[in-house]
Design a protein around this ligand. Sequence first.
Ligand SMILES: Cc1cc2nc3c(=O)[nH]c(=O)nc-3n(C[C@H](O)[C@H](O)[C@H](O)COP(=O)(O)OP(=O)(O)OC[C@H]3O[C@@H](n4cnc5c(N)ncnc54)[C@H](O)[C@@H]3O)c2cc1C
Length: 247
Amino acid sequence: MQTFCPCFGINRAAAILSPGSADADPLLLSWGLLRDAQARGARLIDAMVTAYHDAPGAVTVETDGPFVIEARHVILATGYVMPDFVRSEIHRTASSWAIATIPQAPGTLWPGGELIWEASETYNYVRTTADGRIIIGGEDDDTVDPAVHDEKMPAKSAKLADSLTKLWPAANPATEFSWSGAFGETDDGLPLIGAVPGMPRILAAYGYGGNGITFSFMASWILAELCAGHHEGWFDAFAIDRPSPRL
Ligand SMILES: Cc1cc2nc3c(=O)[nH]c(=O)nc-3n(C[C@H](O)[C@H](O)[C@H](O)COP(=O)(O)OP(=O)(O)OC[C@H]3O[C@@H](n4cnc5c(N)ncnc54)[C@H](O)[C@@H]3O)c2cc1C
């Protein structure tokens, strides 16, 4: 049964309205975090890591540039590409697509600019931008090859535009930008955060799925605690070597 909620003008059987959500420009957010880290003494090095050596007192990291880095702890945060020594039976790679429409006519967006998450089996998320566009994303599948991403872009974009029109008929779905990318996810939906088994000085944060903002914050908190020698029982829910719930 579909009911009409007069607050939002969206027809759905039910919805949860959560306070305290936020959106951000990911590029500006990343630059801001890096600038803040530098201001606190971090050194940024532009290089690919090519090898890791875990010894009892320190970890040494080799790069494809002139740098060799030694540290008490190393945190791996290399996205969906994990080094061979990180083994997880529940991790897999997925891809997601998104489009941004042209700026919408004044008065045609939903009133509060809420972030919308359509929790159907093929989920969609929808948000607005400061210049009045609508961004809608989803259409995930297991593509990894960037060339195949490009091939699928027209069909995925059309599907997203169609989903937008069904959700918000007043929207003009004309698409100005479209993009896609890959990320790691897990069978149980929780990220992989913790020490790499057998390598206590190498820690890792992977498998955020579509929840990079939320899970990266959690990872920063948990990994800082682990580096400081503190462990809490609930950290084990994110252990890198936890078994699959499907077994
Ligand atoms: C289209 C799309 C839309 C999304 N939308 C949202 C959203 O709305 N909200 C949300 O919370 N999440 C979203 N996500 C998920 C989010 O982007 C990811 O969960 C998040 O980016 C993962 O962060 P990460 O730092 O672990 O990895 P990444 O962002 O993949 O970064 C890993 C970095 O490590 C680098 N790297 C890899 N190997 C090496 C090496 N050997 N040496 C040096 N550097 C290396 C890579 O070049 C890369 O820069 C979306 C993902 C996609 C693809």
